[in-house]
Design a protein around this ligand. Structure first.
Ligand code: GLN
Length: 477
């Protein structure tokens, strides 16, 4: 057992061997939540009674000789934009306050089928739009490693929950970095799977061509275990498909690895401690024989612009349904229908969501459509083609996960472009649609963790997980 508590594998082994009882493990996790959630704001809804009842039920199944699955008794947190039947699901929006979905997201149902215990719904930026988890309607998330700092976003609550030991793993959603950026800010491993390989059924939509659900955990192995459970085709999501284990030949030891490093991404626009940590990590890998190949990839500034045009256009269209008539909590009677819509949406949505709806509506209107939206679609194709070309002959591309360390609460709220810039490296794999993974490149005792990012080609999850374990095994620099 590591000093950070048991891994998922150790936990499940202990449960199976009856060395520990599931109700005790779940109770530990709930106790940590009750001790720290008031400060951290990681959970919007804690499933105290439900989790205890499920733990008892699982334990008695176990005692009758049944083995529910690979996550038996593992306490897991899920982002509050994932539906769980009968349980409040708000996406941190006032518009959805009081909503209890009549169905469960497929990814969550798969966790339950594997024996997991859901301990609560985690805080986020409203509708997953943001990079700090300060822009939800119900208060900010704080970083357990330094509560003056943000936990990242938008899956900041999921990251804080795992980093504070309130859950062994968590699910987030990643449209433009929302699993990986908070994972990096909290010293965790986070995976964005290949688009479509985790069902979006029951995920509250933000930008449907980019959205994917992914796991956050304390180690590569934990993260891999969660991913294997949630991945695969689902008849409720027509865009879903099976994950494929594509990990051909490639470097099997550090000395055989070829990693591409986009040198100009690591240029001027990142803070010195991140650049230094990244350089140190690269030097450390090189000293162990890995080949680091300088590569040229499209500029991240262009990537960010492309991402925001597409994401906001899709968000404007996805969020049109929250008008207080079809969906969402309705503002008091307002005379005309138009006034009712205006009041419901004007009061229900926070500032960041309104900004994106306005921008997205603008880029889709006649006249702007070709100039912005269609151009962004072409840019996405060009970015994918550039990655495809660069990845040939490489095991993966290695970048810093974020341009800065976790920033202080409040410092980015008045400057949306500064907030968006936190995802300059993260959005690129959402645009290609291919897997990407973050893992800490600093030692666990570092005061503030710094994450690296591995980006791979189509269906490269298994490869990226293997590489991350190998790079970490080489020891953080
Ligand atoms: N931070 C990015 C944004 O604000 C990505 C969010 C996400 O992945 N859900 O859009």
């Amino acid at each position: 057992m590591s000093d950070r508590g048991p891994s998922i594998a150790e936990h499940v082994t202990a449960v199976r061997a009856r060395r520990v009882r599931i109700p005790d493990l779940v109770s530990d996790s709930l106790q940590r939540i009750s001790m720290r959630n008031r400060t951290l704001g990681a959970f919007l809804h804690v499933l105290d009674e439900e989790a205890r009842a499920r733990a008892e039920a699982l334990q008695s199944r176990l005692e009758r000789g049944a083995w529910p699955g690979p996550l038996t008794g593992v306490p897991i947190a899920i982002k509050d934009n994932l539906c769980l039947r009968g349980v409040p699901t708000t996406a941190a929006s006032r518009l959805l306050a009081g909503y209890r979905p009549p169905y469960t997201a497929t990814a969550v149902a798969r966790l339950l089928d594997a024996g997991a215990v859901i301990v609560g719904k985690t805080n986020l930026d409203e509708f997953a739009m943001g990079s700090s988890s300060e822009q939800g309607a119900f208060g900010p998330v704080r970083n357990p490693l330094d509560p003056q700092r943000v936990a990242g976003g938008s899956s900041g609550g999921s990251a804080a929950a795992v980093a504070a030991g309130m859950a062994l793993g968590a699910l987030g959603s990643d449209t433009g970095g929302s699993v990986r950026q908070p994972a990096a800010f909290c010293g965790l491993v986070g995976l964005k799977p290949h688009y479509g390989t985790v069902s979006r059924y029951g995920l509250i939509a933000f930008a449907s061509s980019l959205d994917i659900i992914g796991p956050l955990a304390r180690s590569v192995d934990d993260c891999a275990r969660l991913w294997r459970v949630i991945a695969g085709r689902d008849r409720w999501d027509a865009t879903s498909r099976d994950a494929e284990d594509r990990d051909p030949e490639g470097g099997r030891s550090l000395a055989e690895l070829r990693l591409g490093v986009p040198r100009d991404w690591v240029g001027g626009r990142i803070e010195a401690p991140v650049r230094e940590a990244f350089e140190r990590f690269c030097a450390h890998l090189a000293a162990r024989g890995a080949e680091l190949v300088p590569v040229t990839l499209p500029d991240t500034e262009a990537g960010l612009a492309c991402y925001h045009l597409l994401a906001d256009a899709e968000a404007a269209s996805n969020l049109a349904r929250y008008d207080g008539v079809r969906y969402g909590s309705r503002a008091p009677e307002a005379g005309t229908l138009a006034a009712l819509y205006r009041r419901t949406r004007g009061r229900g949505f926070g500032g960041e969501v309104r900004r994106r709806i306005l921008l997205g509506t603008y880029v889709l209107r006649a006249g702007a459509y070709d100039r912005y939206y269609r151009r962004a679609l072409r840019a996405r194709d060009a970015i994918r083609a550039a990655f495809d070309q660069v990845l040939a002959g490489l095991d993966a591309v290695l970048t810093p996960m974020t341009p800065t360390r976790p920033f202080r609460l409040g410092t980015h709220l008045r400057d949306p472009l500064r907030m968006y810039a936190s995802d300059r490296f993260a959005v690129m794999p959402n645009l290609t649609g291919w897997p990407a993974l973050t893992f800490p490149i600093t030692k666990p005792e570092a005061r503030l963790p710094i994450g690296g990012q591995l980006c791979g080609g189509p269906h490269s999850e298994v490869r990226l997980l293997r590489l991350a374990a190998m790079l970490q095994g080489g020891g953080a620099a």
